[in-house]
Design a protein around this ligand. Structure first.
Ligand code: MLT
Length: 201
């Protein structure tokens, strides 16, 4: 997959897997990643799907309606890519935390839903419920920060709460943080995620 790797200075910090929103790129969240964990390796990845030229991590049938078959396929593809990148750049595959925004948060949530050992933790900015009606794996103790907007038209508050409940029900240790904003990623939620990350890792 197209990606950007930056070696960190602190081998004790997990590698951050940076996953952009629709139309973004592998470099979009590098600054956010550095705010969250200054010493981590950063692995920014570009989604392999193009929607009218905009990069995404999986196909959708309409806004907010996901192509589930493609979602599962792309989730596995991303998981395989993380393992390849760990070999190539020499980081610990078992210590990878995702930082995703919007479509990138959705595929990070999908990694947690389908492949429980894929992430050590996750920061999900404005995520949706990636899939419904499937049993979740055991996520005991997995730390997850959700940044949500009370006025987010794409991810309504009830959906952020539903996702938090599903993950907590699977044993994850979920922090749900609210902003009064819409779908945009705000500096204040990144700062909240950064302080949560310092407490947690
Ligand atoms: C998605 O398709 O993943 C969500 O609607 C968020 C987005 O527009 O990227």
């Amino acid at each position: 997959m197209i990606h950007h790797f930056e070696k960190g200075t602190d081998p004790a910090s997990p590698t951050l897997l940076l996953l952009h929103g629709t139309g973004g790129s592998e470099r979009d969240l590098a600054g956010v990643g550095r705010m969250i964990s200054g010493g981590s390796n950063l692995l920014g990845v570009r989604g392999n799907v193009s929607e009218n030229g905009m990069a995404r991590f999986f196909r959708r049938l309409a806004e907010g309606v996901f192509d589930e078959e493609d979602l599962v396929f792309r989730t596995r593809e991303l998981n395989e890519f993380i393992a390849e990148a760990a070999e190539r750049y020499g980081f610990d595959r078992s210590r990878v935390a995702a930082v995703g925004y919007s479509n990138g948060a959705n595929i990070a949530a999908s990694l947690l839903f389908h492949l429980p050992d894929s992430l050590q933790g996750a920061v999900l900015f404005h995520p949706m419920v990636p899939r419904r009606g499937i049993p979740l794996p055991d996520l005991s103790g997995t730390p997850i920060f959700i940044g949500a907007g009370r006025n987010d038209p794409l991810c309504p508050p009830a959906e952020s709460e539903e996702l938090a409940e599903l993950l907590a029900g699977a044993g994850a240790d979920v922090r749900l943080h609210w902003e009064n904003n819409g779908h945009q990623l705000s500096r204040s939620e990144v700062l909240q995620a950064a302080s949560w990350f310092r407490e947690t890792f």
